[in-house]
Design a protein around this ligand. Structure first.
Ligand code: RBF
Length: 175
């Protein structure tokens, strides 16, 4: 079973009227990027996300800087990064993919903001099209579902656990 099936059947839980989501778009392979962006935007609109803002950066390498910077303002509930890096074209592939994957992971953890990895890393342009509204679906849509799922995750965890004291505090008081 493909992961795409699992992700797109996630049923978003919240009311998203007050939610703000940034979509950061790397301007390489712009036709594919546009399809991924539209896929993400359509899903967010479908679930009535209150504010969707697009930011453009030169290439995928810049995605993690932009996401980290935007997350620092604390106004976005999630940030979706969209890019396409084609393996066959460049030795830069490994550098760019590693950098953006690590950069997004760090930015997400440092800012406590879900930052979604919507970066295609196929071998060929054709494989990229297949994942941007072709036979393997639209990874931009999946990125939008991932953002909503992570917003729901944070919302749930904060509501359930924020008021609960960690166990070690009880043991301090008892002793
Ligand atoms: N950016 C992408 O988003 N996708 C690419 O496939 C891509 N290929 C690149 C190939 C080369 C040789 C170079 C120099 C850059 C490439 N970039 C690509 C741009 C890169 O992410 C970044 O914007 C620039 O290196 C400027 O920091």
């Amino acid at each position: 079973m493909s992961l795409a099936h699992l992700q797109t059947t996630y049923q978003p839980l919240n009311n998203y009227d007050n939610v703000s989501i940034a979509i950061v778009v790397a301007n390489w392979h712009t036709e594919i990027i546009q399809k991924l962006y539209e896929g993400a935007y359509t899903v967010l609109k479908k679930f009535h996300v209150g504010k969707i803002e697009r930011f453009d950066v030169p290439g995928s390498f810049e995605l993690s800087f932009a996401a980290n910077h935007l997350a620092g303002y604390g106004v976005f509930d999630a940030i979706i990064c969209i890019g396409v890096v084609i393996q066959g074209e460049t030795k830069h592939f490994d550098f760019i993919c590693q950098a953006v994957a690590n950069g997004i992971t760090n930015a997400s953890q440092n800012t406590d903001t879900p930052i979604i990895f919507g970066v295609l890393t196929p071998n060929t342009l054709e494989q990229a099209y297949e994942r941007a509204g072709g036979k393997y679906g639209n990874k931009g849509e999946e990125a939008a579902y991932a953002a909503l799922q992570m917003i729901d995750f944070k919302f749930y965890a904060q509501n359930v656990y924020q008021s609960i004291q960690p166990n070690w505090i009880d043991s301090q008081i008892d002793s």
